[in-house]
Design a protein around this ligand. Structure first.
Ligand SMILES: [Cu+2]
Length: 149
């Protein structure tokens, strides 16, 4: 009779913390999906559509840098990156080193091997997405921007 009333309480305490963590994760996911916002201190300029859209522009990477360094596309479209250099390049959205202002670039492109072609995911929101080569972040020739309108 002494120990029985305490046992249900032990079970309840063991179950609650994982549920609380799950609820927090769901709330965080919902918050980032409603509109461009800040995430981890980085302001999101344009959310990703979550899939690859029609390519609205092509950026070629060579030893001399990216060309053209600025392209303009429409919302929903993707951008094609072609690496014609003999070394790999890691194209990510600004700011360096955190990234995240334009996840369409971070998720869709990232590391591009020599000779490889990759597409960004579609850009959902109008704005200007700066990008750089994460492995050569101070090289101005490897920086550029995608204007979405
Ligand atoms: Cu970087």
């Amino acid at each position: 009779m002494r120990g029985v009333p305490g046992r249900p309480c032990v079970l309840t305490v063991a179950v609650l913390p994982p549920l609380a963590v799950l609820a927090a994760a769901i709330l965080t996911a919902c918050g980032s999906a409603t509109s461009p916002s800040s995430s981890g201190g980085v302001t999101v300029v344009s959310r990703t559509t979550g899939s690859i859209g029609a390519s609205g522009a092509t950026i070629t990477i060579t030893a001399s840098g990216v060309s053209p360094s600025s392209v303009t596309i429409s919302t929903g479209q993707s951008v094609t990156f072609i690496n014609n250099d003999t070394r790999s390049h890691e194209m990510d959205s600004d700011p360096h080193p955190q990234h995240g202002s334009c996840p369409s670039i971070d998720i869709g492109v990232g590391l591009v091997a020599p000779g490889q072609t990759k597409l960004t995911q579609g850009f959902m929101d109008a704005g200007t997405c700066g990008f750089h080569d994460h492995q050569d972040a101070n090289n101005a020739g490897l920086k550029g921007s995608i204007v979405i309108r």
